[in-house]
Ligand binder design. Sequence first.
Ligand code: BDR
Ligand code: CA
Length: 323
Amino acid sequence: MAAAEKTLLVDCDTGVDDAIALLYLLADPKVEVCGITTVFGNISATMAARNTLCVLDVAGRTGSVPVAVGSEVTLTGEAPVHGTHVHGSNGLGGVKLSAPAGRPETVSAAEMIVRTARERPGKVHMLATGPLTNLAVALRLEPKLPQLIAGVTIMGGAASAPGNVTPAAEANVWHDPEAAQAVFSAPWATTLVPLDATMGEVMSEQQRLSLAASRSPTARFAAAILDHYFDFYTPIFGRRSCPCHDALAAGVATGEVVPQRAMTVGITVETGCGPARGATICDLRGSYRGEQRQPGATCTVVLETSGRFAEDIVRRLVGGPGA
Ligand code: BDR
Ligand code: CA
């Protein structure tokens, strides 16, 4: 097999779209997923790890990727609010799962992030598709982390788009605004894939049914876990469909998705207790002058992608193991 072109350490709260993102990455021969860490969010970090291990089994990758459990509470110690109404009681659409063959590592998520970054300085790229608590804890453990990590791609926030938990806030940032603020203010190259982009990448019921009809067990598993997720999004879009939030961030992280519109700007997270708590305030004022980059900024905000990414996901999963 050819050497992987990108090494990714994925931090996620394995609900439905995180699982799709993982399956998408695990089926890419150009990507090495060198570790997966889990965080509370859609469900508990412990259940997210269990779901991740199940996803590895489905992908035929049992035991090949270390999994570590991370934070169950916010950076400030607040109790979590889980998103089971979106992702189902077990985080994977309520689909009955066999017990996973693998087990999580004994190190914590933040320790695994720091250890991996130290072992392979400058080589590992992080993809975060859940609340940013583990990354914020890792930054506390190793303040030089931004110099050790090649870059960070994050699914989260809303630049000009409406929020999805409140009118102002997107779920991953809303779950732990203090952690998000710590991550956005760290001096690393960050790419944010917010709702502005992800709500424009929609999978149709026809595409889900083509996954269900596939010979690939990976594709059929994806179709099954997506069923409940489609139910949640049906009243939002007015038709059976769902956005490809976390998989889009995965595609951006690997370079397979090239943004059609992006700006490199400062980001501040609202951490007050008012109605805008968890809002990501992206300084897009340069757009009035046609500027794409704010001097000194290190965070690139993806504002628009092609709108055709679901086709790539379907093609990848239908061609997956066992097809
Ligand atoms: C994000 O929140 C979670 O529900 C999804 O997994 C995704 O990471 C979308 O706002
Ligand atoms: Ca997620």
